[in-house]
Design a protein around this ligand. Structure first.
Ligand code: C2E
Ligand code: CA
Length: 244
């Protein structure tokens, strides 16, 4: 059913605000795919339909469609005076496409979103050396590249120095584990964040659900926060209200 749903425009991004922790201002949004199924059909978990799209290859046209919608929305918010960073998840399969940078450049041109207001989120494993040239092409467009879900994989710090990465998103699980982890875990995270700052990399804490965790990640030096504590992913009209 997914190719038909894609053709009908049933896949749309919802947006989750990214808050600057120093003043709790919304400085960006992450676009998250939602499948708006026709009446009566149950909602499907994005992780499930994204996994399926990765296995069938549909993630290529689906990812492109979502990227274009997110860029168009970002440009519309700019028109309204909200200068937000629009952060979009990129599948490793998309990174394998030779024409990706040209396609992204074309989408930016057509939607009118300036390149520096787009961030692409890539998984740690996709940030591996095999995609180095493609990542450099993307970075050369002037957009931002963030390593997503940091701490759930190998947490390989060398990618940060070898690749043109501008952002790091610390997985909520990693922050949640600090409660039970050895005391050294918080120190390791603090130093990782310090290293990121030395490299000019901005750090976002994901999955913030409690004020205690928000305080902790602020204290550890995170720049931005995202999570149910602040706001859940929502359609663009609901995000507009949060922007003031
Ligand atoms: P992700 O990139 O790690 O996105 C964050 C997920 O955490 C989102 O789930 C979001 O709704 C959820 N989340 C946000 N705040 C909290 C919180 O405080 N607590 C908890 N427990 N969860 C929180 P969602 O929307 O279900 O997306 C799941 C995954 O699907 C994403 O994980 C991403 O890997 C993938 N995905 C979503 N949209 C796209 C897309 O457009 N393209 C690609 N390639 N992948 C996508
Ligand atoms: Ca993400």
């Amino acid at each position: 059913a997914m190719p038909v749903a894609l053709a009908k425009g049933e896949f749309v991004p919802h947006y989750q605000p990214l808050y600057r922790l120093s003043d709790l201002k919304v400085v960006g949004v992450e676009a998250l795919a939602r499948w708006q199924r026709p009446d009566g059909l149950p909602a499907l978990n994005p992780q499930q339909f994204i996994d399926l799209a990765e296995r069938t290859g549909l993630i290529r046209p689906l990812g492109r469609a979502l990227l274009e919608q997110a860029c168009r929305q970002g440009a519309a918010w700019r028109e309204e005076g909200h200068d937000l960073l629009v952060s979009v998840n990129l599948s490793p399969l998309q990174l394998g496409e030779p024409g990706l940078a040209a396609e992204v450049a074309d989408i930016l041109h057509r939607t009118g979103l300036p390149a520096h207001r787009l961030q692409l989120e890539i998984t740690e494993s996709a940030a591996a050396d095999q995609h180095r040239d493609r990542l450099r092409e993307l970075a050369a467009l002037g957009l931002r590249l963030a390593v997503d879900d940091f701490g759930t994989g190998y947490a390989n710090l060398t990618v940060l120095s070898r690749l043109p990465v501008t952002g790091l998103k610390v997985a909520g699980e990693l922050v949640a584990d600090l409660d039970t982890a050895a005391p050294a875990a918080a120190d390791i995270l603090r130093h990782t964040i310090g290293l990121c700052h030395d490299l000019g990399i901005e750090v976002t804490a994901e999955g913030l659900e409690t004020e205690a965790r928000e305080r902790l990640v602020s204290e550890l030096g995170c720049d931005l926060g995202q999570g149910y504590l602040f706001a859940r992913p929502a359609p663009p009209a609901e995000i507009g209200v949060l922007l003031g």
